[in-house]
Design a protein around this ligand. Structure first.
Ligand SMILES: NC(=O)c1ccc[n+]([C@@H]2O[C@H](COP(=O)([O-])OP(=O)(O)OC[C@H]3O[C@@H](n4cnc5c(N)ncnc54)[C@H](OP(=O)(O)O)[C@@H]3O)[C@@H](O)[C@H]2O)c1
Length: 246
């Protein structure tokens, strides 16, 4: 018996990095897994193959989290194949290392759009089905940079902090339908958006982290799989920090 047997999950930004690891963890726990992505065709195709080899039903969609009609079409497609989506993981995100003084308006907009507006559009796209079945789990992937005062790019911190507020307000709004909304805030991980972190920043993180190391995608994915499961039934509107004690 897996934690997620019989459930259907949609993971945004599943082609690489943390999203990929979450897809693998959810599939291992018995879920049918759909994910979207923006550009990485070979990686997405390879992941679908791997998920199917694990015995999971799996689909991928090249649809941006900012493409509202595309997202609606994707949700209809998933629902036709697998039934209502039970789990949404708003993982798709981007990072950028740039000081505020040099930040272009386009940098700010891209950061807020992909990280925050994307979560809004994806949540809205799946909510009708979740409300109808009076069941659902939404997990938003924030970051330590959004919940703790630390030296991080200002637009990234602002976007990730917005996801915490988004989580709390949405949890209040839709708890009555049996849908929970939670947030997971990882510290620095060994790749992905932290890949461009200047070495001095990474050293500083390691100095402050009680475990003395960065986290892995797999460690965060394990937590995500539990958080979206029925075993996690009373947590709602919460932000779980996974950072080795920084
Ligand atoms: N890595 C870390 O240290 C860390 C720490 C804390 C929080 N996080 C958060 O974890 C999440 C994943 O980060 P990551 O490190 O795994 O990043 P990553 O390796 O760069 O992967 C980002 C994923 O998001 C997808 N994506 C980007 N823009 C998209 C769009 N417009 N529409 C749909 N998908 C899009 C990418 O798709 P393509 O492959 O097609 O580009 C890719 O699958 C982010 O929200 C990030 O802020 C990461």
């Amino acid at each position: 018996m897996g934690l997620l047997d019989g459930r259907t999950a949609l993971v945004t930004g599943g082609s690489r990095g943390l999203g990929r690891a979450i897809c693998l963890a959810l599939a291992r726990e018995g879920a049918k897994v759909a994910f979207n992505y923006a550009r990485s065709d070979p990686e997405a195709g390879a992941l679908v193959e791997t998920l199917r080899q694990m015995g999971a039903e799996a689909w991928c969609f090249k649809v941006s989290v900012l493409d509202k009609p595309g997202l609606q079409g994707m949700v209809r497609d998933i629902e036709a194949r697998a039934g209502t989506i039970d789990i949404l993981v708003n993982n798709a995100g981007v990072g950028q290392v740039v000081p505020l003084a040099l930040m272009e308006e386009e940098d700010w907009d891209r950061m807020m759009n992909i990280n925050v507006k994307g979560a809004f559009l994806c949540s809205q796209a799946v909510l009708r089905g979740m409300i109808q079945q009076k069941r659902g789990r939404i997990l938003n992937i924030s970051s330590l940079a959004g919940v703790k005062m630390m030296q991080a790019p200002v637009h990234y911190s602002a976007a990730k902090a917005a996801l915490k507020g988004f989580t709390e307000a949405l949890a209040k709004e839709i708890g009555r339908y049996g849908i929970t909304v939670n947030c997971l805030a990882p510290g620095v991980l060994d790749d992905g958006v932290s890949g461009n972190l200047p070495p001095a920043k990474k050293d500083d993180y390691l100095r402050h982290c009680a475990l003395g190391r960065v986290g892995s995608f797999e460690e965060v994915a394990e937590m995500a799989a539990f958080l979206v499961s029925d075993r996690n039934s009373y947590m709602n509107g919460a932000t779980v920090v996974l950072d080795g004690a920084v």
